[in-house]
Design a protein around this ligand. Structure first.
Ligand code: AHR
Length: 495
């Protein structure tokens, strides 16, 4: 295959990469919470019931923000059920996932976990069956000093100091007919505006995320966003996007080109925000919060059949999924000027990079690209020109065989590459116009025996990020070879 040249120039900066694009999502769904992060019966649990092995693995992903408690679950959840003495908390039937919710893990357990992990919490209020008043009370519970009803309830539970939760989602996927309390855009806009007002009246320092279109496939796509954004105006600091992709037609080349459509989705939403900003003649605009994204297409059944912690959405990820995850992260990096927050959905067991089985834990393929990007996130995203072979995906359009993105950090250039060919190696040269590369700080590669290869309990380390030594730096440029179906991340020192 003809070589690929990746050209870049530090003067062509897109924007600083917001560390919050490396966020996660912890929903009361299947075994994400119970049997995932929280499992008091496990030999691996600490005194508070948190799984130490899961925490250690999540620590390696170095996530920045964590969204909670849903998702669809949030639209039927009353936060007051999950606070106070555990023995007194009600056992509830969750209608989103048809499961039993014991409420043993709630606001304080989540916020304490965030503190331990260094995550910034992001709470989703219930605008399905809940009310703006209930949302406001939650802000008081978490953020106000003691002396009033809800803050005093927090203190009674043992937490005197406010938790200081800054990020709040105004409901979840309210455009989706499956959502509890789903309403048309005009009605949601009123709910969201009222909730945002009450919540910000309670704590003006918070930031809000309004529900945008939950998928480009929904008939109300962009029209929903226009209506909601026009009505809520300055009440929204961010607008949400969601996206789940998959190789539904068994067409690997097309699937690997799916990040093209994520680019498009981001640009569509940015255009909606700019359009509304123009119409409102406002200096302010909401930025993009991609607060659910992942590969999800095999394990779709979401009926927990009245069980506690049922096995739901437990996808097993393979190598092609990992290449797609790298492509979506590259898309976020390339849109650093507008994408400010993103959350991999989810963190453990359900559509997740980590699986547990009793006391065992398995790291899945998609764990690795996330970790490879996350540890190299500090800096400014640069425009990259990829000059090399390309192909046309059946539905996802023209795609470079080698996908590339880059972040310029202090004294270092991080380059992320993916070879989408499943049969041929790709020779790549990285050629900065105005910078001189002087050496290799670190590089890793993820590849495997085939597109469908995956980590299993029998072979847990088949797919892993391994050190990549063969990166040749000469005359200010770098050269390397990517095996078929691989993801590479290289940190190159600057002269
Ligand atoms: O992440 C799983 C589910 O996908 C979320 O609960 C919902 O928001 C989306 O449809």
């Amino acid at each position: 295959m003809e070589a690929t040249r990746v050209a870049l120039d530090s003067r062509f900066a897109i924007g600083a990469v917001d560390p919050r694009i490396f966020g996660g999502f912890l929903e009361h769904l299947g075994r994400v919470v119970y049997g995932g992060v929280f499992d008091p019966d496990s030999r691996r649990a600490d005194a508070g019931g948190l799984r130490t092995d899961v925490r250690e693995a999540l620590g390696r992903l170095d996530m920045t923000v964590m969204r909670y408690p849903g998702g669809n679950f949030a639209s039927g959840y009353h936060w007051t059920d999950g606070v106070g003495r555990r023995e007194a908390r009600p056992v509830m039937r969750d209608l989103a996932w048809q499961s039993i919710e014991p409420n043993a893990f709630g606001t304080d357990e989540f916020l304490a976990l965030c503190g331990k992990m260094g995550w910034q919490p992001m709470l989703t209020v219930n605008l399905g069956t809940g009310s703006p008043e209930e949302a406001r009370s939650w802000v008081e519970y978490t953020n106000l000093p003691v002396g009033t009803r809800w803050a005093d309830l927090r203190a009674e539970g043992g937490r005197i100091e406010p938790w200081g939760v800054k990020l709040w989602c105004l409901g979840n996927e309210m455009d989706g007919p499956w959502q509890l309390g789903h309403v048309p855009a005009a009605e949601y806009a009123v709910r969201a505006q009222q909730a945002a007002k009450l919540m910000k009246d309670c704590d003006p320092s918070i930031e809000t995320v309004v529900c945008g279109s939950c998928t480009p496939d929904i008939p109300t796509y962009l029209d929903w966003d226009r209506q909601v954004l026009e009505y809520i105006g300055d009440g929204a600091d961010y607008v949400s996007l969601h996206r789940y992709v998959g190789n539904r037609d068994g067409d690997t080349p097309d699937y690997l080109a799916v990040p093209n459509s994520v680019d498009r989705q981001i640009e569509d939403m940015d255009a909606a925000c700019r359009f509304v900003q123009g119409r409102r003649r406002s200096p302010r605009r909401p930025y993009l919060c991609f607060d659910e994204w992942n590969v999800w297409y095999r394990e779709l059944a979401g009926d927990g059949r009245g069980q506690r912690a049922p096995h739901l959405l437990e996808e097993h990820y393979n190598l092609e999924d990992a290449v797609v995850v790298a492509g979506i992260l590259a898309s976020f990096v390339r849109h650093a000027d507008v994408v400010r927050i993103a959350n991999l959905a989810q963190v453990v067991n359900a559509i997740a990079p980590i699986l547990t089985d009793g006391d065992r834990m398995l790291i899945q393929s998609i764990f690795h690209p996330f970790a490879m990007f996350s540890k190299r996130r500090a800096g400014v995203s640069l425009r990259v020109a990829v000059d090399g072979p390309s192909y046309r995906g059946r539905t996802n359009g023209e795609a470079a065989v080698v996908d590339a993105s880059a972040i310029l950090g202090p004294g270092v250039l991080h380059v992320f590459l993916a070879n989408r060919s499943d049969s041929q190696a790709a020779a790549v040269s990285i050629e900065p116009a105005d910078l001189r590369l002087s050496g290799l700080a670190s590089a890793e590669i993820l590849t495997g025996p085939g597109a469908k290869s995956e980590n299993t309990w029998a072979e847990p380390d088949l797919l892993a990020a391994r050190p990549l030594a063969d990166v040749r730096v000469r005359e200010g440029a770098a050269r390397l070879e990517l095996p078929p179906l691989s993801v590479a991340a290289a940190s190159l020192r600057l002269a």
